[in-house]
Design a protein around this ligand. Sequence first.
Ligand code: NAP
Length: 265
Amino acid sequence: MKLKDKLVLVTGASSGMGEGIAKAMAEKGARVILLARNRAELNRVADAIKSTGAEAHIYTVDLKDADAVATVGAQIKHSLGLPDVIINNAGSGKWRFVDETTPAEAVEMMALPYFAAFNVVHAFLPEMLKRNSGHIVNISSVASRFVWPGATAYTAARWAVRGFTQALRADLDGTGINVTLYESGMVKSPYWEHNPGSAEREPKMAVLIPKLTPEQVGAAVVCGVERNKKLIVIPFMMKIVYLQHALFPGIFQWLMTKSGYKRPK
Ligand SMILES: NC(=O)c1ccc[n+]([C@@H]2O[C@H](COP(=O)([O-])OP(=O)(O)OC[C@H]3O[C@@H](n4cnc5c(N)ncnc54)[C@H](OP(=O)(O)O)[C@@H]3O)[C@@H](O)[C@H]2O)c1
């Protein structure tokens, strides 16, 4: 899909990857809609986009709240129209073992990113189906492909995003709506300050993978939508890791587990 003049909704656009994606979409001439909770940060991103001459609109919403998402969805459809592209990017979650995670925190981690993505798709899909066009991108992580110790509820929530994405693609087969899954390694974003004590748990094998910037994420997502990719995996080195995982899943998982974070004794 060509992005010029398209209406692109980005969740979690007040920070990090969502900010990078929104700016990259706006650079391509898209009209962007930015969703998150923090109005001041949304305004900061929107002002930066508008200073380039592009169009940006902000809506504050807690994406865990399905009713609030439906309300904001109705406001967006009324004021701006139906988005052409939806990027479900908002996410959070600390990397912890099960015994370090309360059941309430586990529910919270499933609520965002998975239920947030479900709520947003639910708010727009009926009209997208009637129009028979659109593109949905769900942002996940390599944690939805393979696992490492000390990030259990986080990992389960990313597998939920991957399952949701693949099931959605099957549901939408034969329609004009495309679905993309994004999985990457670590991005230099405020995520690690927002979720303290997580970065330290990166498996040692990850030193082989270059860290990404939000700008690189934005460029990859733009390319994924323009070329209608089913899967975006970045950086290039991660594609080689995926090949190793596909060829030798047992050995690969053994290495991930053994090189992963261990509980302090
Ligand atoms: N950083 C990485 O290394 C990396 C790598 C691969 C995948 N990912 C995934 O990419 C996603 C985004 O990561 P990031 O690095 O951009 O993180 P980030 O900088 O912490 O940004 C998270 C975004 O989500 C929004 N958000 C959080 N809770 C929300 C809620 N309840 N309702 C609405 N918005 C909410 C935040 O905005 P407000 O606080 O204003 O609501 C913020 O805009 C996450 O799911 C993460 O797992 C991250």
